[in-house]
Write a protein that binds this ligand. Sequence first.
Ligand SMILES: Cc1cc2nc3c(=O)[nH]c(=O)nc-3n(C[C@H](O)[C@H](O)[C@H](O)COP(=O)(O)OP(=O)(O)OC[C@H]3O[C@@H](n4cnc5c(N)ncnc54)[C@H](O)[C@@H]3O)c2cc1C
Ligand code: FES
Length: 279
Amino acid sequence: MAYKIEKAEMIAENIFEFWINAPHVAKNARAGQFLVIRINDKGERIPLTVSGVDGDLVRIVFMKVGKTTMFLSTLGEGDFIEDVAGPLGHPSEIKDWGRCVVIGGGVGIACLPILAKALKESGNEITGIIGARNKSLLLLKDELASHCDELVVCTDDGSFGYHGFPVDILKKKLEEGVVDCVWIIGPAIMMKITSLATVPYNVRTFVSLNPIMVDGTGMCGSCRVTIDGETKFACVDGPEFEAASVDWNELMTRQRTYTEEELKARELFEDHTCECGGH
Ligand SMILES: Cc1cc2nc3c(=O)[nH]c(=O)nc-3n(C[C@H](O)[C@H](O)[C@H](O)COP(=O)(O)OP(=O)(O)OC[C@H]3O[C@@H](n4cnc5c(N)ncnc54)[C@H](O)[C@@H]3O)c2cc1C
Ligand code: FES
Protein backbone atom coordinates (compact mmCIF):
# COMPACT_ATOMS: atom_id res chain seq x y z
CA MET A 1 0.00 0.00 0.00
CA ALA A 2 1.27 3.48 -0.80
CA TYR A 3 0.57 6.63 1.16
CA LYS A 4 -0.39 9.87 -0.55
CA ILE A 5 1.21 13.20 0.31
CA GLU A 6 -1.81 15.49 0.60
CA LYS A 7 0.07 18.71 1.40
CA ALA A 8 3.73 19.61 0.96
CA GLU A 9 5.40 22.88 1.77
CA MET A 10 8.84 24.29 2.54
CA ILE A 11 8.21 26.05 5.89
CA ALA A 12 11.75 27.29 6.62
CA GLU A 13 15.15 27.19 4.92
CA ASN A 14 15.57 23.57 3.72
CA ILE A 15 12.86 22.40 6.13
CA PHE A 16 9.76 20.72 4.70
CA GLU A 17 6.31 19.90 6.06
CA PHE A 18 4.38 16.94 4.58
CA TRP A 19 0.85 15.87 5.53
CA ILE A 20 0.55 12.18 4.62
CA ASN A 21 -2.68 10.22 4.37
CA ALA A 22 -2.00 7.39 6.84
CA PRO A 23 -5.19 6.68 8.84
CA HIS A 24 -3.68 3.79 10.86
CA VAL A 25 -0.93 6.10 12.20
CA ALA A 26 -3.13 9.17 12.61
CA LYS A 27 -5.72 7.25 14.64
CA ASN A 28 -3.27 6.05 17.29
CA ALA A 29 -0.41 8.59 17.29
CA ARG A 30 0.34 10.48 20.48
CA ALA A 31 2.86 13.15 21.42
CA GLY A 32 6.43 11.85 21.59
CA GLN A 33 5.99 9.01 19.07
CA PHE A 34 7.58 8.58 15.68
CA LEU A 35 6.97 6.80 12.43
CA VAL A 36 9.29 5.08 9.97
CA ILE A 37 9.00 5.80 6.28
CA ARG A 38 10.47 4.15 3.20
CA ILE A 39 10.07 6.20 0.04
CA ASN A 40 10.20 3.28 -2.38
CA ASP A 41 11.11 -0.40 -2.35
CA LYS A 42 14.83 0.37 -2.83
CA GLY A 43 14.99 3.16 -0.27
CA GLU A 44 16.27 3.06 3.30
CA ARG A 45 13.92 3.34 6.27
CA ILE A 46 14.14 6.56 8.28
CA PRO A 47 12.42 7.50 11.52
CA LEU A 48 10.70 10.89 11.71
CA THR A 49 8.73 12.38 14.57
CA VAL A 50 4.94 12.61 14.41
CA SER A 51 4.62 16.39 14.39
CA GLY A 52 0.84 16.66 14.09
CA VAL A 53 -2.39 14.81 13.36
CA ASP A 54 -5.46 16.07 11.50
CA GLY A 55 -8.16 13.47 10.81
CA ASP A 56 -6.55 10.77 8.64
CA LEU A 57 -3.48 12.91 7.99
CA VAL A 58 -0.20 12.77 9.85
CA ARG A 59 2.45 15.47 9.65
CA ILE A 60 6.19 15.01 9.31
CA VAL A 61 8.67 17.87 9.29
CA PHE A 62 12.17 17.18 8.04
CA MET A 63 15.33 19.02 7.19
CA LYS A 64 17.11 18.25 3.93
CA VAL A 65 20.36 16.92 5.41
CA GLY A 66 21.22 13.49 4.02
CA LYS A 67 20.54 11.19 1.10
CA THR A 68 16.99 10.16 2.04
CA THR A 69 15.71 13.55 3.21
CA MET A 70 17.16 15.06 0.04
CA PHE A 71 15.20 12.57 -2.08
CA LEU A 72 12.09 13.09 0.10
CA SER A 73 12.28 16.85 -0.49
CA THR A 74 11.93 16.26 -4.24
CA LEU A 75 8.43 14.80 -3.69
CA GLY A 76 5.33 16.98 -3.58
CA GLU A 77 1.55 17.06 -3.27
CA GLY A 78 -0.05 14.02 -4.93
CA ASP A 79 3.11 11.87 -4.78
CA PHE A 80 3.20 8.62 -2.81
CA ILE A 81 5.43 7.13 -0.12
CA GLU A 82 5.71 3.33 -0.27
CA ASP A 83 5.70 2.54 3.48
CA VAL A 84 4.62 4.46 6.57
CA ALA A 85 4.91 2.38 9.76
CA GLY A 86 3.87 3.59 13.17
CA PRO A 87 3.20 5.06 15.56
CA LEU A 88 6.36 3.76 17.27
CA GLY A 89 8.08 4.50 20.58
CA HIS A 90 6.59 5.34 23.96
CA PRO A 91 4.38 8.44 24.10
CA SER A 92 5.31 11.42 26.29
CA GLU A 93 4.10 11.23 29.89
CA ILE A 94 1.08 13.52 29.69
CA LYS A 95 -0.60 14.39 32.99
CA ASP A 96 -1.31 17.43 35.13
CA TRP A 97 2.28 18.39 36.01
CA GLY A 98 1.48 22.06 36.73
CA ARG A 99 3.77 24.57 35.04
CA CYS A 100 5.49 22.98 32.05
CA VAL A 101 8.24 24.42 29.90
CA VAL A 102 8.64 22.92 26.42
CA ILE A 103 11.88 23.80 24.64
CA GLY A 104 12.76 23.18 20.99
CA GLY A 105 15.98 23.74 19.07
CA GLY A 106 16.32 23.63 15.28
CA VAL A 107 14.15 20.98 13.61
CA GLY A 108 13.33 19.67 17.11
CA ILE A 109 10.81 22.57 17.29
CA ALA A 110 8.58 20.50 14.99
CA CYS A 111 7.91 18.07 17.87
CA LEU A 112 6.52 20.74 20.19
CA PRO A 113 3.01 21.68 18.93
CA ILE A 114 1.58 18.16 19.43
CA LEU A 115 3.24 17.97 22.87
CA ALA A 116 2.14 21.45 24.02
CA LYS A 117 -1.42 20.76 22.83
CA ALA A 118 -1.63 17.47 24.78
CA LEU A 119 -0.15 19.04 27.94
CA LYS A 120 -2.52 22.01 27.68
CA GLU A 121 -5.53 19.71 27.30
CA SER A 122 -4.43 17.96 30.53
CA GLY A 123 -4.69 21.24 32.45
CA ASN A 124 -1.04 22.38 32.45
CA GLU A 125 0.21 25.94 32.10
CA ILE A 126 2.65 25.99 29.17
CA THR A 127 5.67 28.14 28.43
CA GLY A 128 7.25 27.46 25.05
CA ILE A 129 10.86 28.41 24.33
CA ILE A 130 12.24 27.88 20.85
CA GLY A 131 15.68 28.55 19.40
CA ALA A 132 17.14 28.55 15.92
CA ARG A 133 20.39 29.79 14.41
CA ASN A 134 18.53 32.61 12.63
CA LYS A 135 15.08 33.90 11.66
CA SER A 136 14.92 31.88 8.42
CA LEU A 137 15.19 28.60 10.37
CA LEU A 138 12.27 29.26 12.75
CA LEU A 139 9.27 27.02 12.17
CA LEU A 140 5.68 26.50 13.37
CA LYS A 141 5.96 29.56 15.64
CA ASP A 142 2.31 30.71 15.33
CA GLU A 143 0.89 27.20 15.68
CA LEU A 144 2.95 26.59 18.80
CA ALA A 145 1.95 29.98 20.26
CA SER A 146 -1.71 28.93 19.99
CA HIS A 147 -1.06 26.03 22.42
CA CYS A 148 1.13 27.98 24.88
CA ASP A 149 0.33 30.53 27.59
CA GLU A 150 3.63 32.20 26.72
CA LEU A 151 6.09 31.67 23.86
CA VAL A 152 9.66 33.00 23.86
CA VAL A 153 11.54 32.92 20.56
CA CYS A 154 15.36 32.98 20.52
CA THR A 155 17.86 33.23 17.70
CA ASP A 156 21.60 32.67 17.98
CA ASP A 157 22.31 35.75 15.80
CA GLY A 158 19.57 38.02 17.24
CA SER A 159 17.72 38.25 13.90
CA PHE A 160 14.42 37.57 15.72
CA GLY A 161 13.32 37.67 19.37
CA TYR A 162 15.79 37.10 22.21
CA HIS A 163 19.46 37.17 21.13
CA GLY A 164 20.84 33.96 22.66
CA PHE A 165 20.02 30.36 23.58
CA PRO A 166 16.76 29.00 25.09
CA VAL A 167 18.76 27.86 28.13
CA ASP A 168 19.17 31.54 29.19
CA ILE A 169 15.37 31.96 29.34
CA LEU A 170 14.96 28.62 31.12
CA LYS A 171 17.48 29.67 33.79
CA LYS A 172 15.44 32.83 34.52
CA LYS A 173 12.23 30.78 34.88
CA LEU A 174 13.98 28.31 37.19
CA GLU A 175 15.32 31.16 39.36
CA GLU A 176 11.77 32.56 39.61
CA GLY A 177 10.61 29.11 40.84
CA VAL A 178 7.84 28.83 38.25
CA VAL A 179 8.77 25.50 36.63
CA ASP A 180 7.46 22.03 37.55
CA CYS A 181 8.47 20.01 34.50
CA VAL A 182 10.59 20.51 31.36
CA TRP A 183 10.83 18.91 27.91
CA ILE A 184 13.85 19.65 25.69
CA ILE A 185 13.90 18.53 22.07
CA GLY A 186 16.72 19.46 19.72
CA PRO A 187 20.33 18.69 18.84
CA ALA A 188 22.16 16.52 21.41
CA ILE A 189 24.50 19.33 22.50
CA MET A 190 21.53 21.62 23.09
CA MET A 191 19.65 18.96 25.09
CA LYS A 192 22.75 18.25 27.20
CA ILE A 193 23.54 21.90 28.01
CA THR A 194 19.94 22.98 28.54
CA SER A 195 19.10 20.03 30.78
CA LEU A 196 22.12 20.70 33.03
CA ALA A 197 20.37 23.95 34.06
CA THR A 198 17.50 22.08 35.74
CA VAL A 199 19.72 19.77 37.84
CA PRO A 200 20.20 22.16 40.84
CA TYR A 201 16.44 22.73 40.97
CA ASN A 202 15.51 19.04 40.93
CA VAL A 203 12.88 19.67 38.24
CA ARG A 204 11.77 16.63 36.17
CA THR A 205 13.32 17.06 32.71
CA PHE A 206 12.69 14.92 29.65
CA VAL A 207 14.74 14.79 26.45
CA SER A 208 13.92 13.02 23.21
CA LEU A 209 16.74 10.97 21.70
CA ASN A 210 15.46 10.71 18.10
CA PRO A 211 18.62 12.28 16.63
CA ILE A 212 20.67 9.16 17.40
CA MET A 213 18.32 6.74 15.67
CA VAL A 214 19.03 5.19 12.28
CA ASP A 215 16.41 2.56 11.37
CA GLY A 216 14.08 3.00 14.36
CA THR A 217 13.31 -0.71 14.57
CA GLY A 218 15.63 -2.06 17.27
CA MET A 219 17.71 -3.92 14.65
CA CYS A 220 20.72 -1.72 13.79
CA GLY A 221 21.90 -1.03 17.35
CA SER A 222 22.97 2.53 16.54
CA CYS A 223 20.68 4.11 19.13
CA ARG A 224 22.22 2.25 22.09
CA VAL A 225 22.44 4.65 24.99
CA THR A 226 23.42 4.29 28.63
CA ILE A 227 20.62 5.32 30.99
CA ASP A 228 21.45 5.18 34.72
CA GLY A 229 24.29 2.77 33.90
CA GLU A 230 22.03 0.41 31.91
CA THR A 231 22.09 -0.12 28.13
CA LYS A 232 18.87 0.96 26.43
CA PHE A 233 17.73 1.43 22.83
CA ALA A 234 16.28 4.89 22.14
CA CYS A 235 13.86 3.56 19.52
CA VAL A 236 12.47 0.73 21.66
CA ASP A 237 12.84 2.00 25.25
CA GLY A 238 12.40 5.72 24.40
CA PRO A 239 12.59 8.02 22.59
CA GLU A 240 12.03 10.10 25.76
CA PHE A 241 14.26 9.69 28.79
CA GLU A 242 14.93 11.67 31.96
CA ALA A 243 17.82 13.99 31.04
CA ALA A 244 19.79 13.41 34.25
CA SER A 245 19.94 9.65 33.53
CA VAL A 246 21.55 9.98 30.08
CA ASP A 247 25.29 9.39 29.51
CA TRP A 248 25.68 12.39 27.17
CA ASN A 249 29.39 11.96 26.44
CA GLU A 250 28.93 8.40 25.17
CA LEU A 251 25.86 9.45 23.16
CA MET A 252 27.64 12.26 21.36
CA THR A 253 30.69 10.13 20.56
CA ARG A 254 28.40 7.51 19.02
CA GLN A 255 26.60 10.19 16.95
CA ARG A 256 29.87 11.30 15.35
CA THR A 257 30.51 7.70 14.11
CA TYR A 258 28.00 8.12 11.29
CA THR A 259 28.86 11.63 10.13
CA GLU A 260 31.44 10.55 7.53
CA GLU A 261 29.24 7.76 6.12
CA GLU A 262 26.25 10.12 5.85
CA LEU A 263 28.36 12.68 3.97
CA LYS A 264 29.53 10.01 1.50
CA ALA A 265 25.94 8.78 0.92
CA ARG A 266 24.78 12.36 0.32
CA GLU A 267 27.55 13.01 -2.20
CA LEU A 268 26.65 9.78 -4.03
CA PHE A 269 22.99 10.82 -4.09
CA GLU A 270 23.83 14.25 -5.49
CA ASP A 271 25.87 12.59 -8.28
CA HIS A 272 23.09 10.11 -9.06
CA THR A 273 19.61 11.58 -8.67
CA CYS A 274 16.93 9.27 -10.01
CA GLU A 275 13.75 7.61 -8.79
CA CYS A 276 15.67 4.82 -7.05
CA GLY A 277 16.68 7.25 -4.29
CA GLY A 278 20.39 7.04 -4.94
CA HIS A 279 20.74 3.26 -4.77
C1 LIG B 1 13.13 14.22 19.17
C2 LIG B 1 13.71 14.73 17.91
C3 LIG B 1 13.03 14.49 16.77
C4 LIG B 1 13.53 14.97 15.59
N1 LIG B 1 12.81 14.71 14.52
C5 LIG B 1 13.25 15.15 13.37
C6 LIG B 1 12.45 14.95 12.25
O1 LIG B 1 11.33 14.43 12.34
N2 LIG B 1 12.93 15.40 11.08
C7 LIG B 1 14.17 15.98 10.98
O2 LIG B 1 14.56 16.32 9.87
N3 LIG B 1 14.92 16.21 12.04
C8 LIG B 1 14.48 15.83 13.24
N4 LIG B 1 15.22 16.12 14.35
C9 LIG B 1 16.38 17.05 14.28
C10 LIG B 1 17.69 16.51 13.87
O3 LIG B 1 18.27 15.78 14.91
C11 LIG B 1 18.58 17.73 13.52
O4 LIG B 1 19.74 17.22 12.98
C12 LIG B 1 18.98 18.63 14.70
O5 LIG B 1 17.84 19.23 15.30
C13 LIG B 1 19.92 19.75 14.23
O6 LIG B 1 19.16 20.79 13.69
P1 LIG B 1 19.84 22.18 13.39
O7 LIG B 1 21.01 21.96 12.51
O8 LIG B 1 18.76 23.08 12.97
O9 LIG B 1 20.36 22.61 14.87
P2 LIG B 1 21.28 23.83 15.22
O10 LIG B 1 20.93 24.96 14.34
O11 LIG B 1 22.70 23.38 15.29
O12 LIG B 1 20.80 24.18 16.72
C14 LIG B 1 19.42 24.59 16.99
C15 LIG B 1 19.37 25.46 18.27
O13 LIG B 1 19.80 24.70 19.41
C16 LIG B 1 20.40 25.59 20.35
N5 LIG B 1 21.80 25.19 20.59
C17 LIG B 1 22.65 24.69 19.66
N6 LIG B 1 23.85 24.47 20.19
C18 LIG B 1 23.78 24.86 21.49
C19 LIG B 1 24.71 24.88 22.57
N7 LIG B 1 26.00 24.50 22.43
N8 LIG B 1 24.28 25.32 23.78
C20 LIG B 1 23.01 25.71 23.97
N9 LIG B 1 22.09 25.72 22.98
C21 LIG B 1 22.46 25.29 21.76
C22 LIG B 1 20.37 26.98 19.75
O14 LIG B 1 19.21 27.67 20.20
C23 LIG B 1 20.27 26.68 18.27
O15 LIG B 1 19.71 27.73 17.53
C24 LIG B 1 14.73 15.69 15.55
C25 LIG B 1 15.41 15.95 16.70
C26 LIG B 1 14.90 15.46 17.86
C27 LIG B 1 15.63 15.71 19.12
S1 FES C 1 17.51 3.01 15.64
FE1 FES C 1 18.36 1.13 15.10
S2 FES C 1 18.24 -0.01 16.91
FE2 FES C 1 17.28 1.85 17.42
